[in-house]
Design a binder for this molecule. Structure first.
Ligand code: HMG
Ligand code: MG
Length: 303
């Protein structure tokens, strides 16, 4: 098993989508530029969803227009349907992420359709992606529990993940959307999924609502996962999952991986500065731990 881990940054999308306050497009672009300078190679930049549903992502056109010329790294964008895919393609987006869940109720609340309907919608997106040579990532939310239904079966996680994988997703990201999972549960899910989706195509997306994210990621690494989603400063949450607080903080993940001797190619100090940049812009401290423990020098002088 390789000791190289890919950190897939979701801060500009998952991190900011739930913020009530207006965040200027320039701040988002500056955040993305700093994340890139920190060495991240996958930065989920925005989502082409309805601005009525998620107002914070309404500047998706401006964001993707600004990033269009930058082919050094991947800037995936979320797309829920053909309309979103068409908008993404108009900006020459190279990677899109489709998203559904292992829970019926969450899927209804989040994207206003059933799981089966979402998979049907994605088939059309997959066809467009293939024709246009666009990579497609797939999210399966609520793998460890649902805010509306409670327990979610591992079989359903495997079934939905396999459907997305068979459709052409290069990677399936398992979302513990409300952060209720615990390490053995995460291991069980991954070990079950490994039989249907090769381990190198499985990613883990942990929210830290119950403080379990790093422990769950450690369990995921132990089960062979080598792609970890995280959000700078521990930002994040899904507007359609009550209780879905921040994603695990990128700098906390990077710190743990460094301690484990795993290579991520990211610069921890730059990540910490970036965590403070966006937290200052939002008028609060970073939610994660490491950015508070290892404050940049200019911050310690302020206090
Ligand atoms: P709907 O109302 O069923 O859509 O919403 P519709 O097709 O009936 O269209 C209704 C209106 O929306 C129309 O406009 C459409 O043009 C417009 P109107 O005629 O009323 O003016 N519309 C769109 N506008 C812009 N972009 C589009 C689009 N599609 C339709 N793509 C829809 C269905 C999927 C659009 C809606 O439910 C939606 O936008 N949901 C977004 C939910 C979302 O973004 N959630 C957060 C991301 S998921 C997440 O955070 C979890 C994750 O992090 C993993 C984890 O943590 O587990 C990924
Ligand atoms: Mg999420």
């Amino acid at each position: 098993m390789s000791d190289t881990v890919t950190i897939y940054e979701v801060g500009p999308r998952d991190g900011l989508q739930n913020e009530a306050q207006n965040i200027a497009t320039d701040i988002k672009l500056s955040l993305i530029a700093r994340l890139k300078l920190s060495g991240l190679k996958h930065i989920e930049a925005t989502s082409f969803v309805s601005p009525k549903w998620v107002p914070q992502m309404a500047d998706h056109n401006e964001i993707m227009e600004a990033l269009a010329g930058d082919v050094d790294i991947a800037y995936p964008a979320l797309v829920p349907n053909v309309k979103g895919m068409e908008a993404a393609l108009s900006h020459d987006v190279k990677t899109v992420a489709i998203f559904t869940a292992a829970s019926e109720s969450f899927t209804q609340k989040n994207i206003n359709c059933s799981i089966d309907e979402s998979v049907e919608r994605f088939a059309a997106i997959a066809e467009m992606a293939q024709t246009q040579n666009v990579k497609m990532r797939g999210y399966v939310s609520c793998v460890a529990g649902c805010p509306y239904e409670g327990e979610v079966s591992v079989d359903k996680v495997v079934e939905v993940s396999k459907a997305l994988y068979d459709m052409g997703c290069y990677e399936i990201s398992l979302g513990d959307t409300i952060g209720v999972g615990t390490p053995n549960q995460v291991k069980d899910i991954i070990n079950a999924l490994k039989t249907a989706v090769p381990i190198e195509h499985i990613a883990l997306h942990c929210h830290d609502t119950y403080g379990q994210a790093l422990a769950n990621i450690y369990a995921g690494l132990d089960a062979g996962v080598r792609v970890i989603d995280s959000a700078i400063a521990g930002l994040g949450g899904c507007p359609y999952a009550k209780g879905a607080s921040g994603n695990v903080a990128t700098e906390d993940v990077a710190y743990m991986l460094r301690g484990l001797g795993m290579d991520t190619g990211v610069d921890l100090e730059r990540l910490i500065e970036t965590a403070w940049f966006i937290s200052d812009a939002l008028g609060r401290k970073p939610i994660g731990h490491v950015a508070n423990a290892l404050q940049p020098e200019y911050k310690t002088k302020e206090t």
